[in-house]
Design a protein around this ligand. Structure first.
Ligand code: OOG
Ligand code: NI
Length: 296
């Protein structure tokens, strides 16, 4: 079942990213919500390596099997990434955003390092999965795919692509979940107000391009925490702090053609859907050193 797979992802993510439980706890103590399940999860996101047997074409098969629909493509020239978003089979499920590194656009040295890991996966591992078996899917999403990297390889990759270094260590670990703020009580239901609440409680926000990332139509507003650092253990046994995952917040405004709907009648389909390349480009930087170094 889809909800089992999503719950498995969320529980591992929550164990790894203390900010997740801290945001939820603070929302409860502030009286914004009663319990964690009151939070609407706008979307979740994954990162992957764009090599033939892996990448989006592989990972997406899981979610297409569970009824997701592939939607728009986004291209990030500077970061050498492609991404797509997927609409859920029913509105109680989160959207999914999956990006992949355009490995062929990197230097020969970086490509060689990446292939030395990804070549361990000889065939698309998702084709071998029984996708109806949600336990098997859950196990797969939390398996290593390739050997633990060396610290040296991690550092060489990070110097050229922080995204590449993130994926070589973190693999398919959930990159973030996203709190929908627009259905929260007044005082918290805009990104501007919610950011203020977060900062008052000590959460550090990604300020690349400004703390509020806004789509040109003004209807999709996003913010994100700076990723928390975790102590990674590399193949030679070295402990080294690297960026883990972060938490995102999204405000989707009611589309102009539904502006006259009574607040109680507004549903997901009346709000701005999809993603925005300009916003996403800056949100990726939540795991980049320029942001994480502000925090540690
Ligand atoms: C994804 C960044 C983009 C969004 O909502 O536009 C994003 C990532 O950091 O992998 O999450
Ligand atoms: Ni996101």
């Amino acid at each position: 079942m889809l909800s089992e797979i999503l719950n498995g992802l969320m529980s591992r993510y929550q164990e790894r990213v203390p900010d997740v439980a801290a945001v939820i706890r603070t929302m409860i103590t502030e009286g914004i919500i009663h319990q964690a399940s009151d939070i609407e999860n706008d979307h979740i996101a994954f990162r992957t390596m764009g090599v033939p047997q892996l990448g989006v074409q592989s990972l997406e098969k899981i979610f297409l099997h569970y009824g997701y629909t592939k939607k728009d493509h986004y291209y990030f020239a500077g970061k050498k990434l492609d991404a797509w978003w997927y609409a859920p089979p029913a509105p109680q499920y989160p959207r999914i955003f999956i990006s992949e590194l355009r490995v062929k656009d990197l230097s020969a040295r970086a490509q060689e390092i990446i292939y030395s890991y990804t070549d361990e996966v000889t065939v698309d591992p998702v084709t071998a999965l029984n996708l109806d078996d949600s336990k098997a899917v859950d196990t797969f999403l939390h398996s290593g795919l390739w050997r633990t990297p060396t610290l040296e390889d991690f550092k060489v990759l990070a110097a050229e692509s922080e995204y590449a270094a993130w994926v070589i260590y973190n693999r398919y670990y959930l990159n973030h979940f996203t709190v929908s703020v627009h259905n929260l009580p007044t005082g918290y239901n805009t990104i501007a107000d919610f950011n203020q609440f977060l900062e008052k409680h000590g959460f550090v926000l990604n300020d690349a391009g400004g703390k509020i990332k806004a789509s040109p139509d003004g209807n999709l507003l996003q913010s994100a925490t700076v990723a928390q650092m975790l102590t990674a253990t590399f193949s030679g046994g070295e402990a080294y702090k690297i960026a883990g995952s972060y938490v995102e917040f999204a405000e989707r405004r009611v589309l102009p053609q539904y502006a006259d709907l009574a607040a109680a009648a507004v549903k997901r389909e009346h709000r701005r859907d999809g993603f925005e390349a300009g916003n996403a480009d800056k949100i990726f930087e939540s795991t980049y050193a320029a942001q994480t170094e502000k925090k540690s």
